[in-house]
Design a protein. Structure first.
Length: 270
C-alpha cells in the first residue's frame, strides 16, 4: 500500500483499518472486545458497509483512521439518532446536510504528529464537496478541550456510550467561519470563507446548540435540586428518628420516675 492519507477503497486498505482499530481499541484500551474479530484481530461492524473511511498509511501499515457517516449514504437509524443526539438537527435539516465522525484514532507512535490534522483535511474536503452543514461526534471528557480548539462545541448532556464510557456530544457548525477564525481553528485555514458560502443554516444551527445548552443547564439544575432535596429529606428523616427515640426515652423516664422515684441515680454514672 502506498504511503499517504486518503479514503480507503481497496480490501487491503480496509483490512489495515480494521486491524488498527483492534490494536488501539481492543488491545490498547480494552474496549469493544465483544464486537471484535479476535481470530483475525479486526474491529469492524455493519456500518462499515456504508461509511466513508479515511486511512493514513505508512510503511504498508495503517497509522491513523476515522470514519464518516453522511445522511443519504448511511441511514440514520434509531441507534445512530440516539448515540449522536441527531433529533434537534434532523428536525430542521435534510439528512444529507449532517455528517458523523467516529472511530477516530492514531497509532501510539504517531500521536502528536500531523497525521490527525491531515486526516481532518480529508474530512473537510469531503464536507465541502458534499455541502455538509454540521459535523457531529462524541468525545471522551479528557479530549474536550482539543476538539473545542478545532471548533466543535458541546451541545447536550454527557452520557454513557456502550463499550466506551462517558462521552460528550459535540457539534461543528461548518459555515461559522467567524467562530473558526476567532478560536484559531485549523479548519479556517483548510477551508476559506468562499468555499463555505454554500452554508445556509449557520444561524439556525447556532440557535439549536444554544437552545440545547439551555436545556442541559436546566436539566442539570433539576438534577442538583433533586439531589439536594433527597439529602434534605434524608437528614430530616434522621432527625425525626432521633427525636422519636428521645421522646420515647423521655416518656419512659417519666413513667419510671412516677412509679419508682428519681431514676437518674440509676441511669447515670460518676
Amino acid at each position: 500500500m502506498k504511503d499517504g492519507i486518503r479514503f480507503a477503497l481497496t480490501d487491503d486498505e480496509r483490512k489495515a483499518v480494521y486491524q488498527l482499530r483492534y490494536e488501539v481499541y481492543v488491545e490498547g484500551m480494552g474496549r469493544l472486545k465483544e464486537k471484535s474479530d479476535v481470530k483475525n484481530k479486526e474491529l469492524r461492524d455493519e456500518y462499515d458497509q456504508t461509511a466513508h473511511t479515511v486511512v493514513a498509511i505508512k510503511n504498508d501499515k495503517a497509522i491513523g483512521t476515522l470514519r464518516l457517516f453522511r445522511g443519504g449514504d448511511t441511514h440514520f437509524n434509531q441507534y445512530l439518532t440516539n448515540a449522536y443526539h441527531l433529533s434537534p438537527f434532523t428536525k430542521h435539516l435534510d439528512d444529507t446536510k449532517i455528517c458523523i465522525i467516529e472511530r477516530l484514532m492514531v497509532d501510539e507512535k504517531h500521536r502528536g504528529s500531523t497525521v490527525m490534522l491531515r486526516m481532518y483535511r480529508e474530512v473537510m474536503k469531503f464536507v465541502i464537496r458534499n455541502k455538509v452543514e454540521v459535523v457531529l461526534l462524541n468525545c471522551v471528557p479528557e479530549q474536550k478541550d482539543s476538539y473545542m480548539k478545532l471548533g466543535f462545541q458541546p451541545f447536550t448532556e454527557t452520557f454513557n456510550y456502550p463499550g466506551i464510557g462517558t462521552v460528550i456530544p459535540m457539534a461543528l457548525i461548518v459555515g461559522d467561519f467567524e467562530h473558526l477564525t476567532r478560536i484559531g481553528s485549523p479548519f479556517a485555514i483548510l477551508a476559506g470563507r468562499e468555499e463555505l458560502r454554500y452554508c445556509n443554516y449557520v444561524s439556525l444551527l447556532q440557535k439549536i446548540i444554544r437552545d440545547n445548552r439551555e436545556e442541559k443547564i436546566v436539566s442539570q439544575i433539576k438534577k442538583e435540586n433533586k439531589e439536594t432535596l433527597r439529602q434534605l429529606f434524608s437528614t430530616n428523616n434522621q432527625l425525626i428518628q432521633r427525636n422519636r427515640k428521645t421522646i420515647t426515652s423521655s416518656k419512659l423516664r417519666l413513667r419510671l420516675n412516677a412509679k419508682f422515684g428519681n431514676t437518674e441515680l440509676l441511669t447515670s454514672t460518676p
